[in-house]
Write a protein that binds this ligand. Structure first.
Ligand code: HEM
Length: 384
């Protein structure tokens, strides 16, 4: 019998110090999903909890079981695959299983594997070099449009399309925001689905790829841009607030810092899934049709411990923010490399956050504006 993967948190609860990084980061949840955030916080001590036909899954073992052992309905309403189908596309990885899915994943490996990421690296380092230069002159920089350009340019290069990076990123963010609104429970105003379809069509127009590739290209763009634009500014803000720049500057600690910052920010904090068959998650029996809300943020211990480069969470826990099993994120290597290079480019300036506004509309919790300014005189006092 094949061995089942297990994940046991290796560290005892070492509650975040409630430092400035954690306090500021809370604002992105409170602005975008205040009720959901409160519900998830209130129930997080339970490994899993059933509320009617919905099961909230908080602990790493249950999260892993749901993603790797419970059969999932990949076309159910309220999931990414189901939404894509409703908006008129299919064959987009999220909605696939078996050989068809494996084939498409193999095709992606060219662009997103180690060689692909090395090929793409000059694209985003050029954006960073140019857009962060004002920091050297003591000027402020809003990181959100910088990261949007970085993500748009990288995705265009990955897909081999000649689209304006900022326009591409804006279209991908609009498509995700309207699709997320489409997924919200409750009555759907008639205009909502139309707006979502129009946003996807606008994105496909910008990409200008052959019709049989348009759905996949649009889905990749949405997945890459939205996670990056949500994740990198949040990670940078936390790094600045907790004064972790020395760890970002050193090549010895940078990768540990990247994993820890992605773990505590968990850019896709909640994965909605629907069971297609029976199973058990976190000790809670589930049956076909149950809605599973998989709390990546809690599975990775984001609420439990602050970033710690000297004693980071085990990789198998930290990487839960990228999912698990056959559908785990194919862009994880790219995402980690982009964050590492962004931190390395910023570190010599020891930036501080001078203004931040949480995004009230984006699909993922994040900053609409995050302005930083160099502060080379500030001492690094707190250990990572
Ligand atoms: C910090 C950044 C990112 C995070 C936190 C993240 C997170 C995730 C998660 C949690 C999943 C679901 C995994 C599962 O069901 O087990 C996923 C799937 C996916 N991600 Fe990412 N992602 C990130 C960046 C990216 C990037 C940069 C790309 C593309 C270049 C990408 C492309 C995808 C695709 C195509 C899937 C669907 C895979 C499948 O169903 O087989 N992601 N991601």
């Amino acid at each position: 019998m094949p061995e089942r993967p297990t994940v046991t948190p290796a560290r005892p609860d070492r509650r975040g110090s409630g430092g400035r990084g954690r306090r500021r980061d809370r604002r992105v949840y409170l602005r975008r999903y205040p009720v959901l955030f409160a519900l998830l916080s209130a129930t997080r001590r339970r490994p899993a909890l059933r509320l009617g036909r919905t099961v909230l899954v908080h602990d790493p073992e249950g999260y892993l079981a749901a993603l790797t052992r419970v059969p999932l309905d990949r076309l159910a309403a309220g999931t990414v695959g189901g939404t894509a189908r409703r908006l008129g596309s299919d064959g987009l990885l999220f909605d696939q299983e078996g050989p068809e899915h494996r084939l498409l994943r193999r095709r992606l490996h060219d662009g997103l594997g180690p060689a692909g990421v090395d090929r793409l690296r000059p694209v985003w380092t050029e954006v960073l070099r140019r857009r962060l230069a004002p920091l050297g002159a003591g000027e402020p920089v809003d990181l959100v449009p910088v990261v949007a350009e970085l993500a748009g340019a990288t995705t265009a290069a990955l897909l081999g399309v000649d689209a304006d990076p900022l326009a591409l990123a804006a279209a991908a963010r609009r498509a995700a925001a309207t699709a997320a609104a489409e997924q919200l429970p409750g009555p759907r105003p008639p205009g909502r689905a139309r707006a979502a379809r129009r946003a996807v069509a606008d994105l496909a127009d910008l990409l200008a790829v052959p019709p049989d590739e348009a759905g996949l290209a649009a889905m990749l763009t949405v997945a890459a841009v939205n996670t990056t634009v949500a994740g990198i500014p949040r990670a940078v803000a936390w790094c600045a607030d907790d004064r972790l720049w020395a760890h970002a500057e050193s090549a010895d600690t940078r990768n540990a810092l990247v994993d820890e910052l992605l773990r505590v920010t968990a850019p896709t904090p909640l994965l909605p899934r629907v069971a297609a068959g029976d199973g058990t998650v976190g000790g809670c029996p589930v049956r076909a049709g149950d809605r599973l809300l998989l709390v990546a943020r809690h599975a990775a211990g984001a609420h439990r411990t602050d970033p710690d480069c000297a004693d980071p969470a085990p990789t198998r826990i930290a990487r839960l923010v990228f999912g698990a099993g056959t559908h785990s994120c194919p862009g994880a290597r790219l995402a980690r490399a982009q964050l590492a290079d962004t931190l390395a480019a910023l570190a010599p300036h020891r930036p501080v956050v001078v203004a931040a506004r949480a995004d009230a509309r984006a699909a993922l919790p994040g900053w609409a504006r995050l302005v930083v300014r160099a502060d080379p005189s500030r001492p690094e006092t707190e250990p990572c």
